[in-house]
Design a protein around this ligand. Sequence first.
Ligand SMILES: Cc1ncc(C[n+]2csc(CCOP(=O)(O)OP(=O)(O)O)c2C)c(N)n1
Ligand SMILES: [Mg+2]
Length: 662
Amino acid sequence: MNIRANALRMLAIDAVQAANSGHPGMPMGMADIAEVLWNRHLSHNPADPSWPNRDRFVLSNGHGSALLYALLHLTGYDLPIAELKRFRKLGSKTPGHPEVFVTPGVETTTGPLGQGLANAVGMALAERLLASEFNTAEHRIVDHYTYAFCGDGCLMEGVSHEACSLAGTWQLNKLIVFWDDNGISIDGQVDRWFSDDTPKRFEAYGWNVIRGIDGHDADAIDQAIVRAKTCASQPTLICCKTTIGMGSPNKAGSHEVHGAPLGVAEIAAVRDVLDWPYEPFVAPQEVAAQWDARECGNLLQSRWQSSFSAWMASNPEKAQEFMRRTSGHLPPGFDAHCEQMLNSWAKRTEAVATRKASQDAIAELASVLPEFLGGSADLTPSNLTNWPACQSIQPEGSGNYIHYGVREFGMAAIMNGLYLHGGFRPFAGTFLMFSDYARNALRMASLMRIAPIFVFTHDSIGLGEDGPTHQPIEQISTLRLIPNMDLWRPCDALETAVAWQEAVRHRNTPTCLVLSRQNLPVQPRNAKTVQEIHQGGYVLVCEPDGRQADVVLIATGSEVQLAVSASAQLAAQGLHARVVSMPSVQRFLSQPKAWQHQVLPPGIARVAVEAGATMLWRAFVGLDGAVVGIDTFGESGPANELAHHFGMTSEVVTKAAIGVIR
Ligand SMILES: Cc1ncc(C[n+]2csc(CCOP(=O)(O)OP(=O)(O)O)c2C)c(N)n1
Ligand SMILES: [Mg+2]
C-alpha cells in the first residue's frame, strides 16, 4: 500500500483513537483516492485558502472528517498536529464534522449527508457563471475544478437526486465526484436497502460515469481523473470500489469500522500490516516532504497572479469588479441607492402584495448588484423573484436567473454552494409552506454564517383556496427559532424594501423574506418611522399625545392592518391603543433594551397578532396578554371567508384587547 496514503490512514485512526470518537472506516477506505487527487491533481495553495481560483474540494461524507484534517495538515495548511491531537475536543480547529471558517481549507460544513454534494453543484455552477462573465480570450481568470467525495449515504439521500439532476442539465463538466462504493453503511451491507444501479442513475441524469474503478489502485484513479477532465459537457461520477477500513486486518470491510475507534490492539495490528513503525501522530520526514504542497501551491497561485495582473492591465474595471465580487463587498453607493428607493417608495399609496413589492425591490437592487443571482423552485410567477432585465442561465454560463425546477432542498443547498464559492448573492423562492422541504439547508446556511436570501411567498391562510396543505401555520415561528436566521415579514411595500436592504447588507446571516400573496394597504409613516423599520420593531401608530396607552397591539405582515383597524375601533370606545409593527422579531430582540422598552413599555397589557402559531408570541405578551393567531391547520376556501373562520379580523383583535385591559 502507498506510503503517503498510509500516512493519511494512520493520522486519521490516531486522531479518532485520541478522541475516543469518530469514523476511521471512511478515511482508511478513501485514503488512496485522496492521495491521488491531492497529490496529482488538486490545484490549491495551503498558504492562501481563499485564493479565488483554487480547486474546490468538498467532503460530502463529512463523517470522514479525520481524512480531511490529515490532508490539510500534511499538505501544509495552518493546521498543526496539535489540532489533530485535539480532534473533536471543545474549541479545537478539528470539530467532529468539517466546518467552514473553523478549519483553514474546509470549503463547506458537511455531515448532514447529501448536502455537500449539492453544495459542490452550486460551487461548480458559480465557477461556470463567473468564468463566462470575467474570462477573456487571452486570460482564464476563473478556471478551476470542483471535486467532491461522497458515500452511499449521500447517494441514498433525496437531495443528491435534486442536485445531481440539475448538474447534468447544466452540463457542469468541471464537477468531478468520487463515489466511495464500499457496500457498507451503518446498519451493515447496503444491498438490502440500497440496490439502485447508481451508474445508470447518473447516466440518466446526463453524467459522464466512469465505472468499476479500483479505489485502491492509484494509477486507475489517476487515469479516471484524467478522463473526467477531458469531458466537455458533462459532470463526472467516478465509481470507486473500496474496502471500508482498508488496512485494518480484523475490521476492514465491516460496518464495525464505520463509526467507532479501532481500539489499541487493532491499531497495533494496523501498524504491523502497514509496516508503520512510528509513534502515534508521527509521519516520517520523507513522507511529510512528499505531502508538502506549499511550494507547488505558491507556484500555482503566482502563475495565476501573473495572468491576473496582465488581465487587470487591459481590463482595469473588470478586475476591480472581480475583486469586489469575490471579496463579497457591496458596491460603493449601495446604501445611498437604497435610501433613494425608500424615499421614493414612501410616496407610494397603492395596496400591493408584499411579494409584488419584493419583485420591485429586486428590480431596483439588481441594477446595482450584478452579483444578484435569482431563482425559484418552479414558482417564478407566484414568487415574483424574476425582474425585467433578468436572463435565465444557459449551460455555456450566461444569465442570472436559475430555474431550479421543483427541488426546494436542492435549491437551498445549491444556493449555499453558490454563496460559499464567492462572487454571487443568491436568492430564490418557493411557497413558505415548502420551506420545510428545504429546512436543513436553511439551518446549514445559518450555522455556516453565510447569507443567501430565501424568498418565501404565500405566507398564511391569506393565500386562500389552495387549502391546508399550502397554508403555513407553524413555519414562521419555526424559522425564527433557527439561531442566526433573520426573518422579515413586512406589512407593506416600504417594509419590504427595508427587509431587502437588510438582507443584502448582512453577510453573516441568512434571511428569510416572508411575503404575502394578497394585497396589503400602505401604512401611515413619517421620516422617523421609515428609519425605525431597520430596528425590526417600532411604533407604527402612537397612542394620543400625553396619554398612556391602555394596550399595545403587536403585529407582523398582513396582520398589521388588523391591529391598525382595531386601534381605531378601540379609540371609538375611548381606549388608547399603540400599534407596534414587528417585521423582524430577531432584529428587534437584538436592539438595546432601552429601544425594546421604548417600543414595548413594561406594565402595559399586550396583544400579539399573527396568522400562525401563537406559542412564540407568549414571550411578548406574557401569560396575561392575548395572542390572536392560528394553532390548527388551515382550510380550503376564499381568503376572506377563511379570515372570519379563523378569527383573523380586526373585531377579534379589538375584543382580545378589551379582554386584556384591566
Ligand atoms: C442526513 C443524515 N442522516 C443520517 C446521518 C447519520 N449517518 C452518518 S454516516 C451514515 C452512514 C453513511 O453511510 P456511507 O455514506 O456509506 O458511509 P460509510 O459508512 O461507507 O463511510 C449515517 C446514516 C447523517 N450524518 N446525515
Ligand atoms: Mg458506504
